[in-house]
Each structure stands twice: as structure tokens, then as C-alpha cells.
Design a protein around this ligand. Structure first.
Ligand SMILES: [Zn+2]
Ligand SMILES: [Zn+2]
Length: 228
């Protein structure tokens, strides 16, 4: 059961460690953001616009997952809790099977934590560009599924039981196909997107371009010179 009691003063006084920040309270954020958006913009969006934006939102969600993954695999700075999350991401390369046993709640919490800056940005944008704001919020909501989809791809790679529907969605590349994700665990320099891989052609190019500007990124803690 998720507690919804929230003390702002206590939150500000909390030391920003991963354990403190990845609390169950994070699970409230997507609901709170949705409520806040409709409080600011009470008019319901048109069904046609919503349907048309669904595929681009899934694509954007996948791209978001790829960008976060590139950042977390290659961050070596000392800014917490980003450093601990990055260490966790690299640990996953050493022990990919460990994530199979992660509770679903934890998969959601990590993705939601990563989406906080985008959620905040979309709410600040909502009084001025409501359609764009709603699109970003929807993309973030979908991106919250990315670590779960990532976990399912590892479960299938280990030939463990998965619901038939999940396997079907993996075969249709609506969820992350294990064969696509295996390439990341071979080279660590491609296929960073973990929702379904639709946007990998962009994140793969982005990684190559970051690699070629590695001196700049090293100054702020990122090391793209080699795959980690
Ligand atoms: Zn990785
Ligand atoms: Zn993986």
C-alpha cells in the first residue's frame, strides 16, 4: 500500500541518497502530475488527437529510455544520487540476470525517478502549450514501463516463464525483444532504448556523436570514450 502522506519540509531535509529518494512515494508522481495537468487545463483533449499521438508518444517514451540509459551507463561524476544510479546501471552489465528478481514496484520507481525533470518541465509548460505538455506527460507515463519491459526481455533470455501476451508483444517489437537487447549486453555501445527499441537508430547515433565530443562531456562527469 502506497502512503500518500507527504511532508515537504521533511522531504527537503532528507539526504538525497538513492534509498531515500527511491521511496514508494514516487509511485504517486504520475497520478499527481495527471491531476495537476487537468487542474490547470480542465478541458478534455479530443479523442482523435489523443489516438493520433499515441504511436509518437510510444516512440518518444522509448527514446527517453535510451537517453537515460546512455547517461547512466557513462556517468562517473560524484553528483548523488545520479552516481549511485549510474553504478547500478553498470552493475547490470556485470550481472544482467540479477534484475529478473526485481519487484515490479522497483522497476516503476526507477523509471519515474528518471522522469521527474521531464514531468516538472511539462507542468511548467502546460499553461502555455497544453497539447505539447500533455504529449510529454503521456510519453513519460509510457516511459515508466521501460524498466519493466527491460526486465521481461531478460526473463525471456533466461528461458523463464512469461505470460503469453508479453511474449507476443516482444515478438511484435511492442515490448523490448530479447534479441535486440542482447546486442547491448555484447557491446554496451548500441541499443540503449529499453521500452521496445523503436528509437534505437537515434540513440545509437547520439552515442556516436557524444563519443566524438568526449572531452566536453568529461568535464561534467560523463565518459563516452569507451563502452562501459
Ligand atoms: Zn547499459
Ligand atoms: Zn539489460
Amino acid at each position: 500500500m502506497v502512503s500518500i502522506s507527504f511532508n515537504i519540509k521533511e522531504w527537503f531535509n532528507t539526504k538525497p541518497t538513492v534509498n531515500n529518494l527511491l521511496s514508494d512515494k514516487l509511485l504517486i508522481i504520475p497520478i499527481a502530475i495527471t491531476v495537476l495537468y487537468f487542474y490547470i487545463n480542465p478541458e478534455l483533449p479530443s479523442i482523435t488527437n489523443t489516438s493520433l499521438s499515441l504511436l509518437p508518444a510510444i516512440f518518444t517514451a522509448d527514446l527517453i529510455s535510451g537517453i537515460y540509459h546512455i547517461a547512466s551507463d557513462n556517468y562517473f561524476g560524484n553528483l548523488e544520487p545520479i552516481r549511485t544510479l549510474a553504478d547500478g546501471s553498470r552493475h547490470h552489465h556485470k550481472e544482467p540476470g540479477a534484475m529478473i528478481h526485481t519487484p515490479i514496484k522497483e522497476n516503476f520507481k526507477e523509471a519515474i525517478f528518471n522522469n521527474i525533470p521531464l514531468y516538472t518541465f511539462s507542468i511548467l509548460l502546460s499553461p502555455f502549450y497544453k497539447e505539447l505538455s500533455l504529449f510529454i506527460i503521456t510519453s513519460c507515463h509510457i516511459a515508466n514501463l521501460s524498466q519493466l519491459s527491460h526486465k521481461y526481455s531478460h526473463i525471456r533470455s533466461h528461458h523463464l516463464k512469461l505470460p503469453f501476451g508479453v511474449k507476443l508483444l516482444q515478438d511484435w517489437h511492442i515490448l523490448l525483444n530479447p534479441n535486440i537487447h542482447k546486442k547491448h549486453h555484447t557491446s554496451y555501445d548500441e541499443n540503449f532504448a529499453v521500452l521496445n527499441g523503436w528509437s534505437s537508430f537515434i540513440s545509437n547515433r547520439l552515442f556516436i556523436s557524444l563519443k566524438s565530443n568526449s572531452l566536453f562531456w568529461k568535464r561534467i562527469g560523463f565518459d563516452f570514450t569507451e563502452a562501459h
